[in-house]
Structures are given as structure tokens and as C-alpha cells.
Design a protein around this ligand. Structure first.
Ligand SMILES: [Zn+2]
Length: 125
């Protein structure tokens, strides 16, 4: 039995692979953004403490600012924790119950968050 070369199928496969990698890049960008948001929240901690201190010294109510700040933390942390790796489907930053803030790779399959930067780093001697 003679096989016909199926160019159309190859074209579709190549297209699927391209779409997949574009999708993966998009997911990784969102992952990176979720991580940055929570990190920015952590960096503003000293500002928050100073604000609380100033408000307390002025005899003002700190309850509102406390709730807003805690709420922001909770929203960003849950958002970050629920992000899934495009390669293995597991939670990108969460292994068992710990949220890994420092990592730039999937804690399960080591997929790098910034593939371009990663290959550049690997090429260096
Ligand atoms: Zn993974």
C-alpha cells in the first residue's frame, strides 16, 4: 500500500505547535505578572507600617487601611497560588502547601518562567 504524502496534516501540526507555544508564552507572562504583584505588595510593607504608625500617632482609626491591605494580600496570594503551569498542569508556585515566592521556575517540572532569559543564561560559559 502506497502512502500519499500528507502536507496538509504536517502544516496543521506545525500550526498547532506554534499556537501551543504562543499560548504557553501568554500563560507564563500572566504567571510572572501575578508574582510581581505579590512581590510589590511585600515591598510596600515598610510604607504600610509607617502609615499605620503615623495614623496611630494622630489618634486615627487604622481599621480601614488594615482591612484593605490584608485584602489586597489575600487576593494577590490566592491569584498567584491558583496559577497553573502550562507544561505539567500543577500549581506553578505551590508545592504541598507552601507558596514559593522566590522561584522563577515551576516547582514541579522546573519549566522556566522566562524561557528567553533562561536559554541566554545557559549559553554563557
Ligand atoms: Zn510545571
Amino acid at each position: 500500500m502506497r502512502r500519499e504524502p500528507n502536507k496538509n496534516k504536517d502544516g496543521l501540526l506545525a500550526k498547532a505547535a506554534r499556537t501551543d507555544s504562543a499560548f504557553r508564552r501568554q500563560v507564563l507572562r500572566k504567571l510572572s505578572r501575578a508574582r510581581t504583584r505579590l512581590l510589590v505588595c511585600f515591598w510596600t510593607l515598610p510604607v504600610y507600617i509607617i502609615a499605620i504608625w503615623v495614623l496611630l500617632n494622630n489618634g486615627r482609626n487604622i481599621e480601614t487601611i488594615m482591612w484593605i491591605y490584608m485584602g489586597l494580600y489575600a487576593i494577590f496570594a490566592v491569584d498567584m497560588a491558583s496559577r497553573r503551569c502550562p507544561q505539567c498542569g500543577n500549581q506553578f508556585f505551590v508545592k504541598s502547601i507552601l507558596l514559593n515566592l522566590v522561584t522563577k521556575r515551576c516547582v514541579h517540572c522546573q519549566l522556566p518562567m522566562h524561557p528567553e532569559a533562561d536559554t541566554r543564561a545557559n549559553r554563557e560559559p
